[in-house]
Design a protein around this ligand. Sequence first.
Ligand code: HSE
Length: 434
Amino acid sequence: MKEIGVGILGFGTVGAGVADGLLRNRETFAQRLGVDVVLRKIADLDITRDRGVTIPEGILTTDASSVISDPSIDIIVELIGGIGIAKKFILDAIRAKKSVVTANKKLLAECGSEIFGAAGEAGVDIYFGAAVGGGIPIIRSLREGLAGNEIESIKGILNGTCNYILTRMAREGARFDEVLKDAQRLGFAEADPTLDIDGWDTAHKASILASLAYGFFISPHDFEVKGIRDLSTVDVTYAKELGYSIKLVAHVSREGDEVGVRVSPTLVPENHLLAAVNDVFNAVLVHGDLSDDLMFYGKGAGRAPTASTVLGDIGDIARNISNGGARYKSAISVANEGILALKVPANNVSSFYVRMMVEDRCGTLGKLTTIFGEHGVSILQATSHKQLKGHEVEGAIPVVIRTHKASSGAVDSALEEIESAGIIRGKAIKMCMI
Ligand code: HSE
């Protein structure tokens, strides 16, 4: 049977899971693929630490360049993460005509056009199934199963750490910072948790999904990204009283020639599919013009689920090589570059939740609703809520306004006027709703 050699760069949690999978399931893999996928080398700066997997003699090395240049290795699996050295190694591998598997969402979101361009020129494959949704085959589904659909929208819960924090805040009324500490102790937060909680990890994934769905590169720096750092238990509680869960959602949708993308804490009705996605689970709800709604649900992180997707990618490349070469001329089509454009954030349309501490005086609520109307924002419902213990503001009443669909910019300009009219205390809290 033909052998295909694999080299792994990065022997961390996922690297160890991939090595374990390749060694353990080698025979099953060979039966399915018709080629023997052989783990030849693993490079890491630290090759002495126990990673919970027994690696045969001679495979571990500290020299990543020797893995890339090894003629018996056909596929390089980059699991280092970040940009810096990971980008260099991927470009080196492409120049050496090796196909690449990576789970590096940050690198692809920030430098996708350079990486995919280089791979296209070299005629090698880049697979990145594990960059979004860990064990969920969403990238594969968009590239293959849904290739004949116009994608109308994608809504995703794409960060397990945030979802875990939000679930516990809602269940226990726990504070954000207390739960974050637990998430870090349990090991699923990124090394730099700001990537998770400030929404950037979700934004990197949203950028990859949107670019894939719409055929042009969409930078996470060009759309609105809001994380959960400032989310208060007050809003978690009021949302619950109104029948909603709060989730960090990546919203991607197309209207005409424009694609709207944003990442923001979002009120999701309790009977919506995404509201049932709790703890570290991820989910992606895709609406294709032919497929209608499809819901993908699974573990978005962790050693085994992520390794499962990486192995699927290795298997596909191995098949491609045994069939004569790379399959994807360009991993992300850029056919719509210059045809479709990214919507400016202020034009994103949604229903909104706005919570304000309104001055307890005659006429304040009337003034407030008038200002919304003058900015073209129609109110669906206004509710007053009890002050929450520990968050009391004397002389003010917590009021939540839920709007009909409005542009984000119109709501912002109404709030600016409300804040300067002296009828509320502090700043209003605004979140979009599904
Ligand atoms: N930190 C990420 C998460 C890991 O919490 O989902 C997977 O990308």
